[in-house]
Design a protein around this ligand. Sequence first.
Ligand SMILES: Nc1ncnc2c1ncn2[C@@H]1O[C@H](COP(=O)(O)OP(=O)(O)OP(=O)(O)O)[C@@H](O)[C@H]1O
Length: 253
Amino acid sequence: MNEKKVVEIRHLIKDYGTKGFQTRVLKGIDLEIFQNDFIAIMGPSGSGKTTLLNILSSIDKPTQGAVMLDGKDITKVSNQELSRLRRDKIGFIFQDYNLLDTMTLQDNIALPLSLNGVPARECIQKAQKLAWMFGLEEHLQKYPYQLSGGQKQRGATSRALITNPEIIFADEPTGALDSKSSRDLLERLRTVNDQKKATILMVTHDAFCASYAKDVFILSDGMIQCRLSKGKDRKEFYDRIIDMQASMGGDFS
Ligand SMILES: Nc1ncnc2c1ncn2[C@@H]1O[C@H](COP(=O)(O)OP(=O)(O)OP(=O)(O)O)[C@@H](O)[C@H]1O
C-alpha cells in the first residue's frame, strides 16, 4: 500500500569550510520520503536541519551523496533542468514569507503560474480557490503590508501550493507567528496533506508545530538518530516529542 517515493537521499555528506578547516555537518544520511508524508525534522540548534532542507530542496549542494527527486539525481542535472524541477515539483515556505511587496496577494499567490505563462484567467481562478481554502478570500486585493503575519504566511503557503508540487519544503513556517496564527496555519497544512495528498517536509524547533506532522525525525551529530510516528492523537504525540527532547537533553531552541 506504500505510496510513490518522492525524494530519496543516499549517504548524504555536507562539509562546510575550506580545505583543511572543514566541519562535517551531515555525516552520511539516508532518507526516503513518500507521497503524502508529512515529516518534521527536529534537532538541536546547529545540528544541520536547515542545511539538510536546503540540500533536499535543491537550494544547496551536498559534498557527497545523491539526492533523488522524482527519480532524478538533482545533484547531477544541468542548471536549466534544475530550474525546471524547482518550478514544477517543489514548493517553498520560508519563515519570513517572501511575498513581493509591490504585488497584491492574489498576484503573489498566482506568481508561479503567471511566470509559467499560464493564462491570466486560469491564474486568478486557481489563486482564488487556494485563497478560499486558506481563509484569504477577503484579502486578495490587498498588498502584503496590509496583511497580518498569519495572513502573509497563509498567502505564501497558497503560493507554494498553486503549481501542485510533488513536495513542499517549509523552514520554520510558524517561526514568526503568534500561537493562534501558528495553530491556524498548521491545521491548514494538515488539511492539504489529508485532502490534497500533498507531501510536506518541515524543519522546526517547536514540539507543538512538529506534533502536526505524521513523523518526526531527530537530527543530531550529523545523523538521523530516531524517528517518532504519530498514533491517532496529536496531544499524545506532542507529549512523546517533549519526552524525547528531554531525554536528549540538547538545546532544541
Ligand atoms: N554557509 C555556511 N558556512 C559555514 N558553516 C555553515 C554554513 N551554514 C551553516 N553552517 C554551520 O553548519 C551547522 C548547521 O547549520 P544549520 O543552519 O543547518 O543548523 P540548524 O540545525 O538549522 O540550526 P538552527 O536550529 O540554529 O537554525 C552550524 O554549525 C552552522 O554554523
